[in-house]
Design a protein around this ligand. Structure first.
Ligand code: ZN
Length: 600
């Protein structure tokens, strides 16, 4: 596995005595029971491996030596490594977490002020501060009352409040922690103009965010005012990497393992809402698109993921992106289809907990939904049918389990009215494309990488304004492949039309943010993207960066189009559609000509 081997070398300033004390104190069998069921067999314990999917146990623990080994996937090591592999904690964190759990006193760090322990302490202190403020202010309590969240529910999540001021948290913690520490913990930002520090969270409900092992690593804040950034998070730090965290996983983990399934929602309030409906096996991806790491994390605890994204177009799109990633990690995927415009929490308020539970229990197999989206009109039209077969085959190819993959393929083929060999043979088209494409590596750019480039461009445009593009005309919106990026870019371009949006810099966004915001559907995920991009200025901006990135994006767009054409070419040749073949070849030649032209 990718985690580095554990050893005293990595223990930093700690002495080896502490490492040994932790090794001696940890009960590996007890620890393993958090993740899988193990039974005693002779001198050893055996069970299903928590590191890979299996039906017959090949995971084995030697309790005397404190070592584990899996005969199926080769994972192995001691308790510290076990913890690191399953939680993503690094060595020092794993030590601390295990020390706490098995009652080993943790020595003070020597002279290391930016250490993990200090960061934990400052975050804990901030969490206490936020909770205290919640009880002292009417606005957050009134807000929670309006959303019908009983106090036990928000207290259980440790929800707090950041007051509507610039230096409240700073003032409260300054005596105990250095400004530098507050800044490195992601709680405090610094004014670009004056260099003065200020609270990152202001007039927000604050949700503490924990790592899988239960360590406080950051906060998410929801505005209670009219800040266009509806949600703001702690700045990314070494321990706070949003793409590797799932909100509420550390709390829900036992329930998820017990039930074998997990409800995946978008945000903090969806988690709260689901819990209030009696669904305590719920986690949130915190507004971002689901990442590979998050999917892997889920697949360790649950065999089935129920997608509970918002019942709107953005939620639909996010679900389909998540489906692809989840299938690859080997879990079954179902989708709760909330009514249009509803998320789990709004549905709870409007129709009550039973309704939410009903939608979740009635969640439909996500692949069946993908089939259903391709209705009779698809099957009737040869070209649509070929395209659908290609898309579905691509989606199913990544399912790791052979039997499952075959069964789904059979279903898909039947749905499209194709013999199953023909369905899988649409594979031929894609390998032909790979051979034909001039730059396969580039054409196969992961969608995530593409959309992060698109988001970077938008980040630059929003902060630097239209001037970031120099004299270049505004490009067409369909250059952006990611739906949210496209929507946000459209709103940006419209705002430029309306007021010019000149003269921004890294001190503050150029545009009238409200103008862009008005151009987006309310409560859409594009709004969330806008909020994230406005939360902090782009870092490390290079000269002409936006222009360069746009050029790259255009080139990639052409390659994607080329791939699609080549796939279609294959289908057109097979059915003997000479006219279409002609058209496709002409367009391919044009694309090639433009690409070579652009290089000169
Ligand atoms: Zn294994």
């Amino acid at each position: 596995m990718s985690a580095p081997p554990s050893g005293p070398r990595e223990s930093g300033p700690r002495d080896d005595g502490f490492v040994q004390a932790v090794r001696d104190a940890v009960d590996l069998v007890d620890l393993a029971r958090d993740y899988t069921q193990v039974e005693k067999r002779g001198a050893r314990y055996k069970g299903l491996c928590p590191f890979h999917k299996e039906k017959t146990p090949s995971f084995s623990i030697d309790p005397e030596r404190g070592l584990y080994y899996c005969f199926g996937c080769g994972a192995g090591g001691d308790a510290i490594r076990f913890h690191m592999q399953l939680t993503g904690d690094d060595f020092p964190l794993a030590l601390e977490s295990l020390a706490r759990r098995f009652g080993v006193p943790i020595p003070e760090r020597r002279g290391d002020t930016s250490g993990v322990q200090e960061q934990s302490r400052v975050l804990e202190a901030a969490a206490e501060f936020f909770v205290r403020q919640l009880d002292r202010h009417a606005a957050p309590l009134e807000y929670l009352r309006r959303r019908q969240v009983p106090s036990e529910a928000y207290r259980a999540l440790g929800v707090g409040y950041a007051p509507d001021a610039w230096r409240e948290l700073l003032g409260a913690l300054q005596g105990r922690f250095s400004e530098q520490l507050l800044e490195s913990a992601g709680l405090v930002a610094r004014s670009a103009k004056s260099g003065r520090p200020y609270d990152r969270f202001r007039h927000r409900l604050v949700f503490p965010i924990h790592s899988t092992s239960g360590r406080l690593v950051g906060f998410g804040g929801r505005t209670l005012g009219d800040d266009p950034a509806k949600y703001v998070n702690t700045a990314e730090t070494d321990s706070f990497r949003k793409s590797q965290l799932l909100y509420n996983l550390h709390r829900a983990r036992p329930k998820i393992r017990e039930s074998g399934r997990v409800l995946l929602v978008e945000g903090y309030f969806d988690v709260l809402g689901a819990q209030l409906c009696g669904i305590d096996w719920v986690v949130a991806s915190m507004g971002t698109a689901l990442t590979e790491q998050q999917a892997k994390l889920l697949s360790r605890y649950a065999g089935e993921v129920i997608l509970g994204y918002d019942g709107d177009r953005a939620g639909e799109e996010a679900s389909r992106k998540a489906l692809r990633i989840l299938l690859r990690s080997g879990v079954a995927v179902r989708r709760a289809r909330f009514p249009a415009g509803q998320d789990p929490d709004s549905l709870r308020l409007e129709e009550g907990p039973e309704a939410v539970r009903g939608y979740v229990d009635g969640a439909v197999d996500a692949l069946e939904l993908e089939l259903a989206r391709r209705g009779p009109e698809t099957v009737a039209d040869p070209r649509l049918r070929a395209a659908a077969a290609g898309e579905l085959r691509e989606l199913l190819e990544v399912v790791p389990d052979t039997v499952l993959r075959y069964s789904y393929g059979e279903r898909a083929a039947r749905h499209l009215g194709l013999p199953v060999e023909v369905f899988w043979r649409s594979r031929g088209a894609s390998s032909a494309v790979r051979q034909g494409a001039a730059e396969p590596a580039e054409a196969n750019v992961a969608p995530e990488a593409r959309s992060s480039m698109e988001a970077r461009i938008l980040h630059l445009l929003l902060w630097l304004g239209r001037d970031a593009l120099g004299a270049r005309e505004l490009p067409a919106a369909d250059l952006f492949g990611d739906a949210d990026c496209r929507e946000l870019y459209r709103a940006f371009a419209a705002a430029v039309e309306a007021d010019g949006m000149h003269g921004g810099d890294e001190q503050g966004p150029a545009l009238d943010a409200a103008l862009v915001q008005q151009g987006l559907p309310p409560a859409s995920s594009a709004q969330g993207l806008l909020a994230r991009l406005l939360a902090a200025p782009p870092e490390g901006v290079r000269d002409g960066e936006a222009l360069t990135l746009l050029g790259t994006l255009a080139a990639k767009g052409a390659l994607v189009r080329q791939r699609a054409l080549q796939a279609e070419l294959f289908a057109a040749q097979e059915r003997g559609d000479a006219d279409r073949v002609e058209q496709i070849l002409a367009e391919l030649a044009e694309l090639r000509r433009r690409r070579h032209g652009a290089r000169r």
